[in-house]
Design a protein around this ligand. Structure first.
Ligand code: CP
Ligand code: NVA
Length: 302
């Protein structure tokens, strides 16, 4: 593995190796065991969109690994004034040990990897959010012990989270179901990928069909970053695509509820269900730190 650009690029073994390393790093952090695998290394973190979890977990994680993180807002970089990403990649590769980037177009992240000579980590694009899904898989395994026989259900927009969850969930062997409006289905590349998983993948526009016997239900906001102008139209299109008591009544007992956050209570999830499942939702948020540290160690350690 040279980069983390999208879940589609990772093999099952690579995913499980990252999760094992993440568990180990979490154990070491909790027990005060030093793990400075990235001493002397630097990570540039380019943000073209807002962030709470990604920024703070990468920055703290890099510090805990003995390295140095640099927060690079696109507002202050020449990239924000039109310097091509191909040139930015070749320049930053001469200063840094790795780059994490959060941006709009997946092609920009792929171009950084193509033109640069250091590891590139995708911190969210419109297409996918692999760091989040690695943390989600880590959390599922932590709560359930293994992925064997589990059914994961996603309700909502066929967006970056849906794209990554479907691929990640299927790759580790779970059954995956998704309920989304017909006009908001996941990306074609992802739907093509599911064709190899005939009896493991199920897509519908009816949330109450998708959530039956689920062991994990997940959702995400109806309007993602960059779609603020469509918010009102989306509120109409997504009405009913919500994790609520009706959905939870059909899932398996002990069903986990997860959310990448930020959450909009009363839209994609009710306040009651959110609070009833705060334990796993905030463990999931914490696991961003451990999973990303594992990714950085895999990509950047000598
Ligand atoms: N879940 C997630 O990526 O959160 P941030 O947007 O706060 O980084
Ligand atoms: N789909 C959301 C995820 C945020 C972590 C967005 O892209 O804004």
């Amino acid at each position: 593995m040279k980069h983390l650009l999208k879940m589609l690029d990772l093999s099952t073994d690579e995913i499980l190796d990252i999760l094992d390393t993440a568990d180990q790093l979490k154990y070491e952090l909790k027990n005060g065991i030093p793990h400075e695998h990235l001493k002397g290394k630097t990570l540039g973190m380019i943000f073209q969109k807002a962030s709470t979890r990604t920024r703070v977990s990468f920055e703290t994680g890099m510090y805990q690994l003995g390295g140095h993180p640099l927060f690079l807002s696109s507002k202050d970089l020449q990239i924000g004034r039109g310097e091509p990403v191909q040139d930015t990649a070749r320049v930053l590769s001469r200063y840094l040990s790795g780059i994490m980037i959060r941006t709009f177009e997946q092609s920009e992240v792929e171009a950084l990897a193509e033109y640069g000579s250091i590891p590139i980590i995708n911190g969210l694009t419109d297409f996918c959010h692999p760091c989040q899904v690695l943390a989600d898989l880590m959390t599922i395994r932590e709560f359930k012990g293994s992925f064997d026989g589990l059914k994961m259900c996603y309700i909502g927009d066929g967006n970056n989270m849906a794209n990554s969850l479907i691929v990640g969930g299927l790759k580790v062997g779970m059954d995956v179901s998704i309920a989304c409006p017909n006009d908001y289905q996941p990306d074609k590349q992802v739907l093509d990928f599911t064709k190899d998983f005939d009896n493991k993948f199920f897509m519908t526009d009816k949330p109450l069909e998708a959530c039956k016997d689920a062991d994990i239900v997940l959702t995400d906001v109806w309007a993602s970053m960059g779609q603020e102008g469509e918010a009102e139209k989306r509120k109409v299109a997504f009405a009913g695509y919500q994790i609520n008591d009706e959905v939870m009544a059909l899932t398996n007992p002990e069903c986990l509820v997860m959310h990448c956050l930020p959450a909009h209570r009363g839209e994609e999830i009710t306040a009651d269900v959110f609070e009833a499942h705060a334990k796993e939702i905030f463990e999931e948020a914490e696991n961003r730190l451990h999973a990303q540290k594992a990714v950085m160690v895999k990509l950047m350690a000598d």
